[in-house]
Write a protein that binds this ligand. Structure first.
Ligand code: FAD
Length: 423
């Protein structure tokens, strides 16, 4: 049985500087709220997100100051993401795709030249990022991807198709994952990661329509037809693509979970205000015990998820501190996962906690938004209603960044051991 790290060293205090930053994020959230709501109804990305949040540096929140970011730690970044979640999973997803499964990959796995070339543009919102892993025939099993690459000596050629890529149609830069043509090594070790500029020759992007939620997220199909990628855009080492993609998903899951807390807070606030103003059967809905049951369940959902997010953020920060220490001492190598025991143990802990918290918080957000809709009754059966939008968007968060079924298998194999891995 794995040893779970103790909580004694966790510190929940936040500094004056962090509070000030979170206040600025809160102010921008209030400014963009009507624009986000309008964009949701029109099913299009809200461009003011970039210009407004850029004013407070949010687009590079956890990225080093060296590259134009704010240099905040993961727990602070996740508190900001929690606030964004109050405005909806759609808005929060833009940031998760740009930062958690975008910039953070470059910051961790990019070489100095790649970081210098790309990050200063992403932290300032001039370039937007996306993460392109999923394919029509490879969703919950990324090792079965069919997108392939050929090494042509001075460049790579990529062919294949990705879909559902968040920010896909608005991104200038994405990471993608492909298998080497003709390679005989196992599929887990033959996938490589690439940095792709979206104006590359042979890249075609088509926005996906008719979604049931996440209506301000630009999801896209991305096709590679003999797409030419410069040699210098290989991310990490050849064959380390899944290591990189899975490390991104740790951050992706944490952002989903933190955002889910915001979603639940907003559902609670909206539905309790409504219950305190709507009279049926001669008294306020808030007086009815069955309505109070829904309210209490929402509070239980929030509190049981919130502390788990803080704990997972703390464990993730420990991994970050270790990696940064190695980098400072020039000891960081791209094959760390396979060769460094301490790195592997810290990463396994962060991976496991991120799976647990994403599972708990996404189910809790879906449940809370469902209860909120129930309290509103028919009033919430329209997309113009906030809790209706939370409900529609929360359906997706139990599916992406690892389906909750696969996360359960992952959580079980963390306890039972790799030999019992059932996925
Ligand atoms: C709104 C949205 C945004 C997205 N954004 C991105 C993005 O930015 N980048 C990206 O790369 N991808 C993205 N995705 C894709 C997402 O990651 C995949 O949809 C997800 O991994 C599941 O893959 P699938 O949909 O193909 O389902 P499938 O893999 O076909 O699975 C279908 C069902 O079967 C279950 N299942 C599969 N295998 C098992 C098993 N062994 N045991 C038990 N149950 C199993 C799954 O849990 C699921 O419930 C997004 C998806 C959505 C809906």
């Amino acid at each position: 049985m794995k040893n779970y790290s103790n909580l004694s060293t966790m510190n929940f205090e936040i500094s004056r500087k962090q509070k000030l930053f979170l206040k600025k994020v809160d102010n921008i959230c209030k400014i963009i709220r009507p624009l986000e709501e309008e964009s949701y109804l029109n099913e299009r990305f809200n461009w003011s997100t970039i210009s407004e949040f850029n004013k407070v540096g949010m687009l590079g929140c956890p990225i080093s100051r060296k590259y134009g970011g704010l240099g905040y730690d993961i727990p602070t970044y996740l508190l900001a993401i929690e606030r964004l979640g109050e405005e909806g999973n759609s808005l929060r997803t833009f940031f998760s795709a740009h930062i958690s499964i975008g910039e953070l990959i470059l910051q961790t796995w990019g070489n100095p030249e790649q970081k210098r070339k790309y990050l200063p543009y992403t932290t300032t919102g001039k370039n937007i990022m996306a993460f392109a892993l999923t394919e029509p025939n490879a969703g919950s099993d990324p090792s079965s991807i069919a997108t392939n690459f050929e090494d042509k000596g001075d460049h790579f050629v990529i062919n294949g198709k990705k879909h559902w890529i968040g920010n896909g149609g608005i991104a200038n830069l994405l990471t993608t994952y492909a298998k080497e043509v003709g390679s005989t090594v196992s599929s887990r070790r033959n996938i490589s990661a690439f940095i792709i500029e979206t104006d590359s020759r042979g890249l075609h992007i088509k926005e996906m329509k008719n979604k049931i939620g996440m209506l301000t997220v630009n999801n896209a199909e991305i096709s590679f037809h003999n797409c030419v990628v410069p040699k210098k855009n290989l991310l990490g080492q050849k064959g380390h693509g899944l290591t990189i993609a899975y490390s991104a998903l740790i951050d992706g899951r944490l952002s989903v979970a933190a955002g889910a807390i915001g979603v639940m807070k907003d559902c609670l606030s909206e539905s309790s205000s409504y219950a305190q103003s709507r009279i049926q059967h001669g008294s306020l809905l808030a007086k009815k015990q069955l309505i109070q049951h829904h309210i209490a369940r929402m509070v239980l959902n929030i509190e049981s998820s919130r502390w788990l997010v803080h704990r997972a953020a703390f464990i993730r920060q420990k991994l970050q501190n270790y990696v940064e220490g190695l980098k400072r001492n020039n000891e960081w190598q791209l094959n760390m996962t396979r060769n460094n025991k301490k790195y592997s143990a810290l990463r396994a802990d962060a991976d496991n906690l991120s799976a647990i918290v994403k599972h708990v918080a996404s189910n809790a957000a879906f449940d809370s938004s469902n209860r909120a809709v129930q309290i509103f009754g028919s009033t919430a059966y329209k997309k113009t209603n906030r809790v209706a939008r939370h409900f529609l968007d929360s359906r997706a968060i139990t599916i992406y960044e690892g389906t909750n079924e696969i996360l359960e298998l992952k959580i079980a194999s963390h306890v039972l051991g790799e030999q019992f891995r059932a996925y």
